[in-house]
Design a binder for this molecule. Structure first.
Ligand SMILES: Cc1cc2nc3c(=O)[nH]c(=O)nc-3n(C[C@H](O)[C@H](O)[C@H](O)COP(=O)(O)OP(=O)(O)OC[C@H]3O[C@@H](n4cnc5c(N)ncnc54)[C@H](O)[C@@H]3O)c2cc1C
Length: 387
């Protein structure tokens, strides 16, 4: 077992780190203040630099590297902000990976290379007003009409909603109960009958627009099927195991940047004539922050490595996500506290890390249901939440 990165991985990380640290802090500040998504020219630039689809097969326009390499790059961008990191997340661990892995080659070839080239943005629309943790309660329905699917329903909390070019939409596709009846379609935003609600106002995630999506008799072409009912949902969840590692890496990047900022601040700021770092209580906080950040990184890397560049296991990815979700709340909270009022002030950026970090423990499955998944994997059985 070797916990060191290879020379190639280090060089990839350095390239991402230098690009993100040099080019993106001002962009991130603007996105946060204006609550605007990253402009498309930037996404194109990411593509030209090879940062999109790092772990996507070369035949689909990616770099053909592993999940670990993709997550290393994602962390460097997430250190600046989730808003600037979002296109990396979407192209390497997002819903497009379900298209690549499970859709017919025609759809995958049509769509995935365009995401990796920064030409289109694709988001995932699973949650609904009355279906979040209990996702199998979703009501959006896609009826097979022979030459197309007729899609009706409403989605909520979709990151990218109203802004993305296309959506991976989870829908009831048969009368089979629960998960068995659920499949997914690729739905372009300009299809007749697709419309969007008001922009959602969240605690964090500024620069990542989201909105309700309405499907009103939308005719979705047959070739846009990603997975059908009866087994499709299970495959979507397999792809989601990778998304969980991305979610965890967003937390890791935010937390690492909180630690970095706390380290430099506590060596500059003085109280009682001494640097803050000279107080033992502050030292304990910094050490605990570092312990949590390092442990989180190891869990994420293990999940990526164990998957051998396929899709990670539900146990590894849930352990990594849950730990990171709780870790970032603790670490960003501690970072804010050691900076006193400067931590609480918008100008210094620490409070944003707490707001952004918090959301990842709700997005992609709330912390407590992830813990149920972990316990289920540990004892090798499922716990039916309905009985
Ligand atoms: C920042 C952000 C980004 C998001 N992005 C997307 C996206 O891109 N696409 C998308 O489809 N959705 C997205 N979501 C929605 C997200 O997936 C849901 O919010 C999440 O699954 C929880 O559903 P809910 O909000 O309806 O909470 P509920 O299901 O109502 O649950 C509320 C709380 O109850 C508890 N709870 C519920 N059931 C159980 C249980 N069985 N066991 C233990 N505790 C339980 C949990 O603590 C949970 O937090 C996003 C959400 C956020 C906050």
């Amino acid at each position: 077992m070797d916990f060191r990165l290879t020379e190639e991985q280090e060089s990839l990380r350095d390239t991402a780190r230098q690009f993100a640290a040099k080019e993106l802090p001002d962009v991130a500040k603007h996105l946060e203040a204006a609550d605007e998504p990253l402009p498309r020219e930037w996404i194109k630039r990411y593509a030209e630099m090879g940062f999109l689809g790092v772990n996507v097969a070369e035949e689909y326009g990616g770099l053909g590297l592993g999940n670990l390499e993709a997550l290393i790059v994602l962390e460097e961008f997430a250190k600046i902000s989730p808003a600037v990191a979002f296109p990396i997340f979407e192209s390497s661990v997002g819903p497009i990976r379900a298209v690549e892995h499970f859709a017919a080659a025609g759809l995958a070839k049509r769509v995935v290379p365009r995401v990796c080239a920064g030409e289109i943005v694709c988001a995932v629309a699973m949650s609904e007003p009355d279906a979040g943790t209990a996702l199998t309660d979703l009501k959006t329905r896609a009826v097979d009409k022979g030459d197309h699917f007729l899609l009706n329903g409403q989605k909520r909390w979709c990151s990218g909603g109203g802004h993305a070019d296309a959506y991976v939409v989870y829908a009831k596709m048969s009368d089979a109960p629960g998960a068995k009846g659920i499949g997914a379609l690729y739905v372009e935003q300009d299809l007749a009958g697709v419309s969007f609600g008001e922009r959602e106002q969240l605690m964090g995630f500024r620069g990542v627009p989201s909105a309700d999506i309405f499907f009103d008799d939308v005719r979705v072409p047959k070739e846009n099927l990603i997975v059908p009912a009866d087994g499709g949902f299970r495959r979507l969840m397999e792809a989601f195991d990778l998304e969980r590692c991305g979610n965890a890496t967003m937390c890791l990047g935010i937390a690492q940047s909180a630690l970095d900022q706390a380290l430099s601040y506590t060596q500059e700021r003085k109280a009682f004539g001494k640097q803050l770092v000279e107080f033992q209580a502050v030292q304990m906080k910094l050490a605990e922050m570092a312990m949590k950040v390092e442990a989180s990184r190891l869990l994420i890397w293990r999940a990526a490595k164990n998957a051998e560049d396929g899709l990670p296991s539900v146990l590894d990815s849930s352990l990594a996500k849950c730990f990171a979700n709780e870790m970032v709340r603790d670490v960003a909270g501690a970072g804010l506290q050691v900076m006193g009022a400067y931590g609480y002030a918008k100008e210094y950026g620490m409070e944003r890390k707490l707001r952004d970090g918090w959301g990842w423990g709700i997005a992609g499955g709330a912390i407590d249901i992830q813990k149920t998944n972990i316990a289920a994997a540990l004892v090798g059985r499922r716990f039916d939440q309905r009985r």
